[in-house]
Design a protein around this ligand. Structure first.
Ligand code: ZN
Length: 177
């Protein structure tokens, strides 16, 4: 619970206001969170609000640059069937990279953003990246979902005849390697 550091009151109201920031010649409107003490009427920004506001600014800049915002990174990673640690192995950036991206503490590079988008679009790209990262890929567990994204956690359709050609293609590629 937030507390006013001046009068020690816990009657603190959390408020939001859009703040305009200049970025690359554009003006971005970013929702900023702050607190108002209802007792002494002091306005202040609590530590967790500073973190939240930093994330909002980072997200606004990334949206402007056409990059995944923090929540979209998390959604993309889950869609690829990866844990945060696996995603860091696959796409780089260091062991804790994805937990930092997803908390909005750090922005992914434009290059990494492109690679994630390629992996989402093309299952074979993800497959190759998984193999390179040393993450075991069981061909029988390679499943194409409706939106053409490989979900490694979904096993049920592995032996369905409609996936046979996909499985053959995978094995063929590996024979060349
Ligand atoms: Zn106060």
């Amino acid at each position: 619970m937030a507390q006013c550091k001046v009068c020690k009151s816990e009657d603190v109201l959390v408020e939001q206001a859009n703040e305009e920031i200049s970025y690359k010649g554009a003006t971005l409107s970013v929702p900023m969170t702050y607190s108002t003490c209802q007792n002494c009427h002091r306005e202040f920004i609590a530590t967790e609000q500073i973190i939240e506001n930093d994330k909002a600014i980072r997200d606004a800049k990334k949206a402007h640059d056409g990059l995944f915002i923090a929540a979209e990174i998390a959604a993309a990673r889950k869609k690829l069937g990866l844990t945060q640690e696996q995603a860091s192995l696959v796409f780089g950036g260091g062991r804790n990279a994805f937990s930092k991206y997803e908390r909005g503490e750090v922005s992914q590079s434009a290059a990494m953003d492109k690679l994630i988008k390629q992996a989402l679009k093309h299952p074979m790209v993800l497959h190759d990246l998984l193999v390179e990262a040393g993450i075991a890929v069981d061909k029988n567990h390679l499943v194409y979902t409706d939106d053409n994204v490989v979900a490694y956690s979904v096993f049920k359709a592995a032996n369905d005849h409609k996936y046979t050609s996909v499985k053959n293609q995978t094995m063929l590629e590996e024979n060349y390697g």
